[in-house]
Design a protein around this ligand. Structure first.
Ligand SMILES: Cc1cc2nc3c(=O)[nH]c(=O)nc-3n(C[C@H](O)[C@H](O)[C@H](O)COP(=O)(O)OP(=O)(O)OC[C@H]3O[C@@H](n4cnc5c(N)ncnc54)[C@H](O)[C@@H]3O)c2cc1C
Length: 380
């Protein structure tokens, strides 16, 4: 872990004080209850100045250096704090907007995003465009000073609760692939948008299908340049695979340490000991890579294709941690009830998605081969 500045050490005490005043996360009766709780939690965290500490003051942050902001995330996650409900906004969309959207819009959007007063979603994937986003077909057609949107997105996290979405739509020909794509900020209550929640195997409908039936939006909805949406998409994917990992890894680490602590009170079989060692080793590898990431961010180095390595390590670590959780909870995990073990089983099921969201593990390995190691590109 990086050396903290004296201000960074004070921040850790601040996080500990915040967490000591937080009631334990309750067991939820359903998705809406969970959603409401997590919105209120992010609001409290934001009031304490700890939701987006690395953002500038004018956007609702505290202007902390990357290493101090990372220390806050680590202290929260390791202390058992839940994930931010608006993480798609704060950790995926927000960083790209900060780079590409005008100051005036940022001042309107970002403080409310940080406070979870307005939830954001990411509208990239389509039924025939997931791994290969260049195949997307949702179209945006210019008409006077407006755009008309038609098509469908899928797997859009929290879209049913979202006030805004960052939409990728085709503005060029289908053949123009990534060169004919534009990014838009779209208000999710615009006439012609319908959202159909999709249930996952956890039992919750955390994502949704989103349909656009001739939706009319103003020309000011474009982020960056017309046909220039690909670099905004890349900025968002890099943020999700890179800096967001600091926050997510801390949540994984918090879980892993709790499980290891609990397992010290009983004899483990040799298989269980193997799983502990595997989960611990994978987490250490992730932590070390994240230390390097934070050092790069601190030095002002832009993150790029190497985020595929971080995403891969994060997936391995998350899945090994929850494999261990499930194994150590033994027969109790079979009785998937609304208690602490039930929550862990739900988290185990969610961990299976880690090798899909933000780009699948196979795609990360392709990126590592082609972009980092300069291996021949895969056959078309
Ligand atoms: C929990 C969760 C949340 C999500 N949230 C969002 C969201 O908020 N917004 C959003 O836009 N999307 C979201 N997604 C969608 C996610 O980005 C896609 O599922 C992912 O990119 C894969 O696309 P796909 O599902 O279409 O699978 P496909 O692209 O059809 O892939 C199917 C399989 O083929 C493999 N494959 C495909 N191409 C190659 C290749 N070239 N080489 C090797 N293997 C290949 C894949 O690895 C995968 O195993 C979410 C997904 C999940 C699971």
């Amino acid at each position: 872990m990086q050396q903290l500045s004296p201000a960074g050490l004070d921040l850790i005490s601040e996080v500990e004080a915040f967490l000591s005043n937080e009631p334990p996360v309750p067991h939820f009766g359903g998705l809406d209850e969970r959603f409401d709780y997590l919105v209120a939690y992010q609001q409290r965290l934001n009031r304490a100045g700890l939701a987006v500490p690395g953002w500038p003051l004018s956007y609702g942050g505290r202007g902390l250096r990357p290493r101090d902001a990372a220390a806050v995330s680590r202290a929260l996650g390791m202390g058992g704090a839940p994930e931010l409900i608006n993480f798609v906004g704060t950790d995926v969309v927000g960083p790209a907007l900060i780079r590409y959207a005008p100051e005036k819009r940022l001042k309107a959007w970002l403080p409310r995003m940080a406070a979870a007063d307005e939830i954001w979603c990411q509208l990239f994937s389509e039924p025939d465009a997931g791994s290969d986003l260049t195949n997307l077909r949702t179209s945006a057609r210019a008409e006077g000073d407006r755009w008309r949107i038609g098509g469908q997105k899928v797997w859009s996290t929290w879209a049913q609760f979202a006030r805004y979405g960052l939409l990728l739509a085709r503005t060029g020909t289908q053949e123009s692939r990534h060169r004919g794509v534009t990014a838009f900020v779209i208000e999710m209550d615009a006439p012609g948008i319908s959202v159909q929640p999709l249930e996952t195997m956890t039992g919750g409908a955390e994502f949704a299908e989103v349909f656009f039936d001739d939706v009319s939006i103003p020309s000011a909805s474009v982020v960056g340049d017309v046909h220039g949406g690909w670099r905004i998409a890349q900025a968002m994917l890099n943020a999700e695979r890179g800096p967001y990992a600091v926050r997510r890894a801390a949540v994984i680490g918090g879980t892993l340490w709790r499980v290891i602590r609990d397992s010290r009170t009983r004899d483990l079989s040799s298989d269980e000991r193997q799983l502990v060692a595997i989960a611990f080793t994978r987490f250490r590898l992730l932590e070390l890579r994240i230390d390097r990431l934070v050092a790069d961010l601190e030095a002002g180095i832009e993150v790029g294709a190497e985020t595929a390595v971080i995403k891969s390590l994060m997936t391995d670590s998350e899945q090994a941690t929850y494999d261990l959780v499930l194994r150590l909870r033994g027969a109790n995990a079979m009785a998937w009830s609304n208690d602490a073990t039930g929550v862990e089983v739900e988290e185990y099921l969610y961990s299976r998605a880690a090798s899909i969201y933000g780009g699948t593990s196979q795609i990360q390995r392709n990126l590592i081969g082609e972009r980092l190691l300069d291996l021949p590109r895969e056959l078309a």
